[in-house]
Design a protein around this ligand. Structure first.
Ligand SMILES: Nc1nc2c(ncn2[C@@H]2O[C@H](COP(=O)(O)OP(=O)(O)OP(=O)(O)O)[C@@H](O)[C@H]2O)c(=O)[nH]1
Ligand SMILES: [Mg+2]
Length: 381
């Protein structure tokens, strides 16, 4: 009996020694360095190897999943990307003026040299000869009447007059009050940004809650219709196209009829780029304009798209286009490029047509409504 008791005691003691030998190191480690989450999971209980393996697999899957997903923040930025401001995009236009203007602003008196420098700066900034002369005449009168005496005051008066010449225009894009769809027609020479502008406007109009149809009146190249089709898809607009080489008037007419049948609010009609001095092509445009109005739709805007980097040539284009189709406004694109900006003054002064929209880049959001005050401030800032 004693022998049995001794054996049981020895077994218990041995059991205790073996048990402590395993547990103690683990506790020590745990108390010295706080375990990571992963280590807690695995270390604080006895985990079978297959469970560890499965956990690792799940973790790898989640990591791969996260890596292939666009972060939510990025999606939000795309959706509500802020409109660009003139100030941020008119870098080059501003650079064209700011050097000369800085020098004029530093002058303590207004003399012949000041006038020469100002005239040169305005011409170089694309304001055009006619508008430059008118601005200088106005400023000379102001110097006399208001007693302006230094360069800074002179520039203040110039800014005010530029803003004044750009004010009083109706820049709203009109919608028809009749029952059929509203039609906006886009015209201009090659490559100025007509199709891109339609795309940008479509995106904006759909976002504002209108239903839109884009009509590919540029039947000159198949690629032109495809380009517009991609914008339509992007904007969530309906799309009508014709055959390559087909009659552009017919395509636009079909577009308007389709829009009417589907009670779509707005038809954005693209046209092929054409040289303003090509008589046949300008006549074709007159026909497009007439036919677009024939069905259920009403043309409320005929927008001439002008590439701002072409400078004073834009004025010549505008004169010719307005003879073929009565223009309701100008969309001035690529003002973010090497354009000098003064063309805006010339268009208003010489043609009396308002710049309604300005393109400040190639993206869907890079189209802003023209704001005279903001524009002049950005030009001189
Ligand atoms: N930087 C800049 N590029 C622009 C702007 N608007 C259009 N573009 C670019 O100008 C190029 C021509 O644009 P389109 O829209 O194809 O011009 P289009 O007038 O339809 O050309 P055609 O149909 O060939 O007469 C494209 O590369 C556009 O991305 C703008 O405001 N700024
Ligand atoms: Mg085009």
């Amino acid at each position: 009996m004693t022998v049995i008791l001794i054996i049981v005691a020895v077994v218990i003691v041995l059991g205790l020694i073996v048990g402590l030998g395993f547990i103690a190191p683990r506790n020590r480690r745990g108390s010295l360095e706080p375990p990571s989450k992963r280590r807690t999971l695995v270390d604080d209980r006895v985990v079978p190897p297959e469970e560890v393996e499965r956990a690792a697999l799940v973790e790898a899957e989640v990591a791969a999943d996260l890596a292939t997903h666009v972060p939510v923040d990025d999606v939000v930025v795309e959706e509500v990307a802020e409109r660009p401001r003139f100030r941020d995009r008119l870098g080059k236009a501003r650079a064209a003026l700011s050097g000369a203007m800085g020098s004029i602003a530093g002058r303590s008196k207004i003399d012949a040299e000041t006038w020469d420098e100002l005239e040169e700066a305005l011409i170089l900034a694309d304001v055009g000869v006619g508008s430059t002369q008118e601005l200088l005449d106005h400023l000379r009168a102001r110097v006399k009447v208001d007693g302006l005496s230094n360069g800074e005051e002179l520039l203040g008066a110039l800014k005010a007059e530029m803003a004044n010449r750009l004010s009083g225009f109706d820049r709203e894009l009109k919608l028809s009050s009749d029952s059929g769809p509203t039609v906006w027609l886009f015209v201009g020479v090659n490559g100025v940004g007509k199709t891109t502008t339609i795309g940008k406007i479509g995106v904006r109009q759909v976002r504002e809650g209108r239903t839109v149809l884009m009509a590919a009146g540029d039947t000159f190249r198949a690629a032109a219709a495809e380009q517009l089709g991609m914008w339509a898809e992007r904007a969530g607009a309906e799309f009508v196209r014709g055959n390559e080489g087909g009659d552009p008037s017919a395509v636009i007419f079909d577009g308007v009829e389709a829009a009417s049948a589907r009670t779509i609010d707005l038809v954005l009609a693209d046209t092929a780029g054409r040289l303003h001095n090509n008589v046949n092509l300008m006549e074709e445009l007159s026909k497009v304009r007439r036919v677009a109005d024939k069905g259920d739709g009403t043309v409320t805007e005929v927008l001439l798209v002008i590439d701002a980097t072409t400078g004073q040539n834009g004025l010549v284009q505008a004169k010719q286009f307005t003879e073929a189709v009565e223009l309701t406004g100008v969309v001035l694109t690529k003002l973010d490029g090497s354009a000098k900006g003064g063309i805006v003054i010339a268009i208003h002064d010489q043609l009396g047509i308002p710049v309604k929209l300005v393109g400040l880049g190639e993206g869907a959001e890079d189209l802003v409504s023209f704001d005279a005050h903001e524009f002049v401030e950005a030009l001189f800032a």
